[in-house]
Design a protein around this ligand. Sequence first.
Ligand code: GDG
Length: 487
Amino acid sequence: MKNSKSSFKRLLIVSYRLPFTVKQTEQGAELIQNSGGLVSAVLSMAERMGQSQEGMASKIHWLGHGDASLQQIDPATLENDTFVAHPVFMDEVVHKGFYEGFSNDLIWPLFHYFPSYASFRESDFDHYQQANTRFLEELTAFVEPGDLVWIHDFQLMLLPDMLRQAMPNITIGYFFHIPFPSYEIIKLLPRTWRQALVRGILGADIVGFHTVDYVQYFMQSVSEVTNLPIIGQRIVLPDRSVVVRDFPISIDFNKFNLTGQETDVVETRQHYQNLLRNNKIIFSVDRLDYTKGITYRLQGYERFLLQNPDWHDKVTFVITVVPSRDKIGHYQEIKREIEETVGRINGLFGTIGWRPIVYSYTSLTFTELMALYTGCDIALITPIRDGMNLVCKEFVASRQDLHGVLILSELAGAAQELKEAVIINPTDTQEVADAIKQGLNMSPQEQERRLLSMRTHLQNHNVFRWSSEFLTAFDDVLSNQPDMETD
Ligand code: GDG
């Protein structure tokens, strides 16, 4: 680390979502801070910047899409002790084409290797450009020299270059939360779109991905689309260079490690275990999405039950699917498929006293989630494609008791780190069935050995390290560009 001090005045985060949701009450607007990974990471970054930089404005500015309900709220109330929110409002039609269209109906399926689910509409690309421009307009209204602007995810790929053109001396970071695919996929995009997207990202000084593979794929696209020289981790532009690196995102290890012991979690866990008559519990939780491999997972469990009648009545699969995008065709289809498969399996194997699958289409409270992380015997996490996947990391961190088995898809970014999981291919239902059997029969010593190794990794590679490494990389950029105006 060249420079242990952070040399930035303010931290400005830009992402599609704001860090809190706003609830209108009789007393006024109530801000409910999100507890996701990005918010924790940003908080830790601010802490580090605050400690090392006298006079740094303590609040973090955060730009995100503002929905219509926020328009009724006095902008001055959109801040809490930590964040000042800057909602970016846009025309409804533009928002629909940008978010539902280009982001969720093209980039999301394409970058998760579902090209047949992708819709290519020129009007969506126009709206994506317009929406990124709206973010730029809000940003340039208050960005100042010396600020650090950190832009997130696939909804804002054009913004780094737009900001670079408008304010050449600003330090810009960009982090990509979903997989970056091989050029064979990128090539499906019209030439002008792929050029704009890759060039857009290159407006940043530092570009981060979860894994080395995604970095390599991005570099491949850069050389195909731009012909710019690449030297190690640097892409060389005429007037500056861009550092592209893997920064695997992580979790607040201590939070998950400690919460499992809290009374409400312990009580909920005991309640569930009693309800399930102390059966072995297999658990999974995902947002409704075709990338999560939920139907294959159910088929793997079905195969396990078929092949292992001695386990009937002794195991329960608690599967929670969190509602998401269920007005959209592909999502309705996958929901129907999941529910039919659950019904079929329960019909085939269930008895009056035993339901092999307890399925719910709902969101869990944090206490319920923790009770299931800490009360299950197997966490079955089998996405067909996932940028990282934080659920598996949270499960491991919550198992202070060193009991439990993680079965993890090799197609989740997290599989590159959690090598002591039982790694499977999610579409190989026999492999999933075998892994379930292996997990249920695994000795306590083997569970302990695997969990200890993964927990040590996560303790060291937690979300605070993630943000700290990003910040250090920014500091390096600054110290390598002595002419840059910083105050
Ligand atoms: C993107 C990428 C990448 C889930 N269900 C409930 C619940 N959760 C929480 C989990 C976890 C988070 O949601 C989901 O984690 P993901 O890793 O899937 O994150 P996303 O933001 O959806 O996805 C992904 C991530 O970005 C980070 O870069 O890992 O690959 O797609 O924290 O705990 N929380 C509660 N109830 C639920 O039912 N309370």
